[in-house]
Design a protein around this ligand. Structure first.
Ligand SMILES: Cc1cc2nc3c(=O)[nH]c(=O)nc-3n(C[C@H](O)[C@H](O)[C@H](O)COP(=O)(O)OP(=O)(O)OC[C@H]3O[C@@H](n4cnc5c(N)ncnc54)[C@H](O)[C@@H]3O)c2cc1C
Length: 409
């Protein structure tokens, strides 16, 4: 394994994109003993700025185990609210599905963390990790793949060379484009409004997902008697709601949701995220692995986008470590072939499932409404089926890489 040589600009891995996926990939690969340079086009202060990303992320149980293995969980834990139960309902139908974490064990199904906090903790970890160099405020212009290495040339003319390039530069990935990997794109015509509400009654660790004709409405438990709301509507409708004052928005929200949380009041500012699907036709090219939204930007209906990224990163780190132990090239075809094979099924399943759930539920067609209510009631009454869904949402199904089981490979 090559050690980082100061000013040499040669590394084991070049990670392009310093969002949640790129930051986590950098921490994960460096914890495995690889030298990493992380390139992001935004200055560090902008990435750290809490006002840039108002979302919270539901981290599934397996993702929490991975963040623990990477040594970041202890800094996140005091602001992470456990998800004990999930209640799924369809509009005002009396039938609903209730997932209780005790049906599959003692641990919470996941945790809700504010993205701003998550990014800050990951940035802090990157800063103190010995094998990492960070280049914020840099964008890549040229990608060159050689037989034994890969280089990127940044806008300021600097050249970085590594054995493996990790593309974590989001949905509009320039790395993906430069590598000639095609992607399927679909505009959902929906946007998610994201904001925090304080409520009269405690949430008791329950996350609510209520399917409405325009899209899903989620209440995600936060610390204190507060929840993060992700309210999806057709874009024009979402824009109109987004413009309402706090009282009118709270009234409109209460009208759509049950009174289980009592009186709602809006806290702080709001954000609006237009929704689309982006799915790369493959996750690898010579000396390149795509992770996160650069490979698969999915609908947030199931809160799984970043969890899917964590599974990419855990699989890639496992393959890289195995290659180092065998003395083979970490950016060579064997490692990338194994990575692609491992990730194909999981990615494809979630891309199709999130798209199908959104289509099935985001409408007011009578026969579909009946079918949905019957489906929710049925799953609620068949414990093995329900437990399988729960374990899947917790990321605990299948043959998991070591990091998702809570230890480094
Ligand atoms: C409303 C909403 C709610 C969500 N809720 C959840 C949830 O509860 N649970 C969950 O698991 N997921 C959730 N997701 C999905 C999750 O937020 C995303 O999957 C995740 O943020 C993607 O992170 P990323 O780092 O892959 O991409 P991005 O966040 O897009 O980061 C890309 C980074 O690359 C940099 N970059 C771009 N181009 C270049 C370039 N050319 N050169 C250098 N740098 C570049 C950018 O500056 C940026 O920092 C949600 C998504 C939405 C929209």
């Amino acid at each position: 394994m090559r050690k980082k040589i100061l000013n040499s600009s040669r590394y084991d891995v070049i990670v392009v994109g310093g969002g949640l996926s790129g930051l986590t990939a950098t921490v994960a690969l460096s914890k495995c003993g690889l030298s990493v340079v992380l390139v992001d086009r935004d200055p560090a202060e902008k990435v750290r700025c809490a006002d840039r990303d108002g979302r919270t992320t539901a981290i599934a149980a397996a993702g929490r185990a991975m963040l623990d293995a990477l040594g970041v969980w202890s800094a996140l834990a005091n602001q992470a609210e456990p998800i004990l139960d999930i209640r799924v309902s369809d509009g005002h139908s009396p039938y609903y599905l209730h997932y209780d974490h005790r049906e599959v064990g003692e641990q919470p199904m996941g945790h809700i963390i504010e993205n701003a906090h998550l990014k800050r903790v990951l940035m802090d970890t990157v800063e103190i990790t010995p094998l990492v160099e960070r280049r914020n405020g840099s964008e890549i212009e040229i990608l060159e793949v050689g037989t034994g290495d890969v280089s990127v040339v940044l806008r300021d003319g600097a050249r970085l060379t590594g054995c493996l390039l990790v593309g974590a530069d989001g949905r509009a990935s320039q790395v993906r484009n430069l590598a000639g990997i095609r992607a399927t794109r679909l505009d959902y015509g929906q946007s998610s409004m994201v904001f925090t509400v304080a409520h009269e009654h405690p949430h008791r660790g329950v996350a609510h997902e209520c399917f409405l004709p325009g899209g899903p409405l989620a209440f995600l438990p936060m610390c204190g008697d507060r929840s993060s709301v992700v309210w999806t509507e057709q874009t024009e409708v979402a824009k109109a709601f987004f413009e309402l004052n706090d009282n009118d928005l709270a009234d409109a929200l209460s009208h759509r949701f049950s009174d289980i949380l009592g009186v709602l009041s809006i806290e702080g500012r709001r954000w609006l995220y237009p929704l689309s699907l982006v799915h790369a036709e493959k996750q690898t090219a010579p000396r390149l692995a795509l992770v996160g939204d650069a490979a698969h930007g999915i609908h947030p209906v199931a809160g799984q986008g970043f969890n899917l990224s964590l599974r990419d990163i855990a699989a890639l780190a496992e393959e890289a470590v195995a290659a180092v132990r065998l003395g083979i090239d970490i950016g060579g075809p064997e490692v990338l072939r194994r990575y692609q094979t491992q990730r194909r099924f999981d990615t494809m399943t979630l891309v199709l499932a999130t798209d199908a759930i959104n289509r099935l539920f985001s409408n007011d067609i009578g026969p579909l409404r009946l079918l949905r209510s019957a489906g929710l009631a049925m799953v609620d009454r068949i414990p093995p089926l329900k437990q399988a869904f729960m374990r899947n949402a917790m990321g605990l199904m299948g043959d998991l890489p070591s990091m998702l089981r809570g230890h480094l490979p």
